[in-house]
Write a protein that binds this ligand. Sequence first.
Ligand SMILES: *[C@@H]1O[C@H](CO)[C@@H](O)[C@H](O)[C@H]1NC(C)=O
Ligand SMILES: *[C@@H]1O[C@H](CO)[C@@H](O)[C@H](O)[C@H]1NC(C)=O
Ligand SMILES: *[C@@H]1O[C@H](CO)[C@@H](O)[C@H](O)[C@H]1NC(C)=O
Ligand SMILES: *[C@@H]1O[C@H](CO)[C@@H](O)[C@H](O)[C@H]1NC(C)=O
Ligand SMILES: *[C@@H]1O[C@H](CO)[C@@H](O)[C@H](O)[C@H]1NC(C)=O
Ligand SMILES: *[C@@H]1O[C@H](CO)[C@@H](O)[C@H](O)[C@H]1NC(C)=O
Ligand SMILES: [Cu+2]
Length: 794
Amino acid sequence: MRLIICLELCFVPFLGQVFARPGISGPAAQPHSLDRPSKRRDGGAPVSGCSSGKDVAITAPKKNIFQSLTDREYADVTAYLHAQEELNLTAVVNSTSWDNVIVSVDLLQPNKTDALTYLDDDGSAPTRYARATLQFNSKLQPYIQEYMVGPLPIKHGSSRYEELNYIFTSGRGRTNVYNADGEAIAAFNLEVGTQIKDITKKLLNGTATGADDDSLLIAGSDPLIHSGGRVYQWNEFYSAHTGEFFSETVLPTSLQFKVDITGRDPSKWKVVGWYYDGNYWPTTAAFRKGSKTLTRKPGPNVDGSWTSTDQAGDKLPRDHLYPPISVQPDGPRFGVDREENYVEWMDFSFYISNHKEVGMQLHDIKYKGERLIYEFGLQEALAHYASQDPLHASSAYLDTSYGMGTSQWNLVDGFDCPSHATYLNTTFYISETTHVHPNSLCLFEYDAGYPIQRHLTGTHVSATKNIVFTVRAVSTVGNYDYLFEYSFHYDGTIAVTVRASGYIQGAFWSGDGDYGFHIHDNLSGSMHDHVINFKLDLDIQGRKNSLLKTEFVPLSQVYPWSDGQPINTMKIDHSYITNEDDGKITWSKNGAASYAVVNKDQLNSFGEAPGYRIFPNSGSTAYLTVQSSSALGQSANWANHNLYALQHHDTEPKSAYAFNSHDPHNPAVDFEDFFNSESLDQEDIVLYFNLGMHHIPNTADLPNTVTTTAMSSIAIAPQNYFAGDVSRRTIHGVRLSYDEKSAVIDKKTFGTKQPTCAYDMKNAAPDLSSFVGEIEIPKFPWNPSGSLQTNPGG
Ligand SMILES: *[C@@H]1O[C@H](CO)[C@@H](O)[C@H](O)[C@H]1NC(C)=O
Ligand SMILES: *[C@@H]1O[C@H](CO)[C@@H](O)[C@H](O)[C@H]1NC(C)=O
Ligand SMILES: *[C@@H]1O[C@H](CO)[C@@H](O)[C@H](O)[C@H]1NC(C)=O
Ligand SMILES: *[C@@H]1O[C@H](CO)[C@@H](O)[C@H](O)[C@H]1NC(C)=O
Ligand SMILES: *[C@@H]1O[C@H](CO)[C@@H](O)[C@H](O)[C@H]1NC(C)=O
Ligand SMILES: *[C@@H]1O[C@H](CO)[C@@H](O)[C@H](O)[C@H]1NC(C)=O
Ligand SMILES: [Cu+2]
């Protein structure tokens, strides 16, 4: 879905210096007021006693040691790297595709032992290091090399930089790059488009030549194809959108060509194949000839009102009435330390960090001061296509390479999140500039609309409100939007959910239903698997934990009381997964087996091991259907099962690496290498799991995929962890008692104070005036008092 669509030059997506967000118009340019309050209601007059919705400001007990660098640190690290002559860096603004550049700078996450010494034992904060990703383009074989820079703050004399290799299974944080000359590749493709413009005119009623009046554009497959020592890319012609909607990914034309882009000399690149509507020709000459005798000339997909996301069709009955909304009469019931990105809701507390590649991550999640989770966050998001056409057959996007964090944009108040939500800014470093994305995380409570508990007896009924606390971010990567959220529940359950929306990436319909439904004139929905990997480092009463499996199994058993007759029944099989060899787990048939991280050394008063169990929270939590994917090589071996259990190592901090897709057969991080028969018996266990969907877009995916169907969720819930159900602690329950005549004789409300303030509905109106794209602050050369610039997001 991340076809990189651009009219003139098609830049390669991975590189910091030419990062192009495909197919996004961005919010319209308009004068932005930078000094507006982050929430309009803050400035509004309080209304008749109802809360005006100010934040509850709290102070984090400790510094957030997981957050990325400060402005000053970014600037210092950038300047320090530029001062190292042997790196031979060029400022990004002045760079060409033959210059060495800084791709990104982020925090190198502290080692867990160091972090815990600080968090638990009043030790000093771990020494901070930056992780710098440099791309060496001045060499014939360009490559990315990761560096560790520090300690921070940079001090000349004591700070150093060295290759960062210890977190990579290949032994080296180095990845060859085969598309450093992205601009030249785009120019080459337009040259091809120019050579055959007579044919595209005839077949597709348009041209892609780089001219202003082009009505076609060219986009290429990702990852590149590595075969027999050569590098190839399939490219497809797309109709340009004609209306206001960037709908290119549903306007494929079927016409595709394969380019051999091996090496850095464009004069040696060549077209080595053509594809159109099921036909294949090995040379341009053969295509030219063959195009004259085609039996089918279906024409291109053509834009129209069908790609518009505006209201369309008969209005719904009674839809002119404003729908229900949620209000927060007493203001937020959670606290936020905006400086430290620290949050407290009920007895949960946690830190948030945001990173360019993986976006929002949660750290040190505690309940009543006791750590449940050390780390919880996205690792990678894969969208793997299949098709009879070569471009879609070789498309398998690893989306962190496009920046799941840098694509977390401003949320639409009242639509992406309830209008009473609290918003946080996120900040990313791209191309030697920090980019502030205002209001790109939202935090809010919401009434689930059904009780978390209820029971009716002959004399009374009891019920408890189900209030859920959610942290949400939305990443728009090209044509697709991922909605990520973590939600916290009164009973101690935590869920992570991904929903998808936006335009699908359709393929041309050439009559083959094996790879998708026929969903528009010449459009196939193009089947694909979404597999979205998360790391979950649970720590149950300490780091040393075990993985308990409990499974429902059928049983035929003679009992002492069964007169020697076998009773057909079932029982629980208890077992421990004690070794990484058994740590690749597929959810069992019929959901019979359940897995929990428990602590065998801290048995509860009944002799049971306390823990948290992990389970699918939605119908779909797919892993990758494709086995040994030709497109992915060894770059995404975390995608092959539902759940993985491993022993924690500081040298294995992440299952995935954003730049694996540059060289999929030689990845810097191969998840398979994490498995080396280590014990999972009272060790520091780390889980990785996949959310996912098998997506066959159908007519209901037009114009956009809807979140009701494109969603996946996994939850963890306490298992013998607390002495009882901790949701009993909320006062927002009721017990109504009635007599034999059914008259209510008693109402217990446990101290709930019903709000009686008048609520001004104006306060619930979405704040749509403050939407901004991003704010850019150059870091090299750095001028702290320099003026802010807004970027309309384009
Ligand atoms: C870019 O190049 C110009 C001209 O050589 C130079 O004046 C400027 O300082 C350079 N910018 C940076 C950030 O190095
Ligand atoms: C340094 O980079 C420039 C391009 O920016 C290149 O021309 C030059 O050869 C490089 N120098 C060395 C010593 O590699
Ligand atoms: C983490 O520990 C490794 C040794 O296992 C060490 O080489 C590395 O420098 C440490 N990283 C940080 C950020 O302190
Ligand atoms: C061909 O494209 C032009 C605009 O470029 C459009 O006006 C015309 O209707 C198209 N013809 C067909 C047959 O679709
Ligand atoms: C968030 O960004 C806005 C600009 O839209 C700015 O006014 C505000 O101060 C920022 N908030 C924080 C906590 O940085
Ligand atoms: C393909 O689209 C053209 C219009 O561009 C239409 O005439 C033709 O019927 C379509 N073919 C199919 C199979 O839908
Ligand atoms: Cu999809």
